[in-house]
Design a binder for this molecule. Structure first.
Ligand code: CMX
Length: 138
């Protein structure tokens, strides 16, 4: 069976979440399904549902957040692709000798709604990949 169920979301790094939400409301023609802070990742995020997947806008909440550092170096834009997996522990176990994961252990975020880990862009031809197991769908 394929490891990845689908593209869960595209993450877009933005400087100002409020402004970006207004722009993407226009572009996508829908309201965000969720806006929340994810302290473990030092970000505020807005999720828009687009068909079977999501667009995630991310603003860093501290200068040392991965998003703030990314924008400083490269400017706003697509930051990561997230692939949905059924069982993240299993996926990490199967892949850990083949790719470099950012975190030693998957992190539980969004009050337990998502469990995530990242494959370093050096292991994926310049793309930061998030693996996500979702406990709850919007
Ligand atoms: N996409 C592609 N390449 C990226 C990248 C990205 N998003 N972020 C960094 N890089 C590249 C850098 O340009 C650099 O490449 P060069 O060496 O060719 O210049 C290289 O990766 C740097 O790697 P590094 O020194 O190991 O690390 P950085 O300090 O730049 O951090 C990373 C990179 C991936 C380890 C860090 O961003 C990280 O820990 N990410 C995971 C957490 C995260 O992104 N959280 C926010 C999202 C949370 C959420 O979705 O909820």
């Amino acid at each position: 069976m394929a490891r990845v169920l689908k593209i869960d979301h595209l993450g877009i790094a933005v400087k100002d979440l409020k402004e970006a939400v207004e722009a993407y409301k226009e572009i996508l023609g829908v309201e965000p399904v969720e806006i929340e802070e994810v302290p473990q990742e030092k970000v505020k995020v807005a999720m828009f549902k687009v068909g079977e997947s999501y667009i995630e806008l991310l603003e860093g909440t501290t200068p040392d957040s991965a998003i703030s550092k990314y924008i400083e170096k490269r400017g706003e834009g697509i930051h990561h692709i997230a692939f949905r997996v059924e069982d993240i522990e299993k996926a990490v176990e199967e892949l850990k000798d083949k790719v470099r994961f950012v975190y030693d252990k998957p992190r539980v975020v969004s009050n337990g709604k998502r469990i995530i880990n990242f494959i370093h862009p050096k292991s994926a031809h310049g793309v930061l990949i998030e693996l996500v197991e979702r406990k709850e769908e919007h």
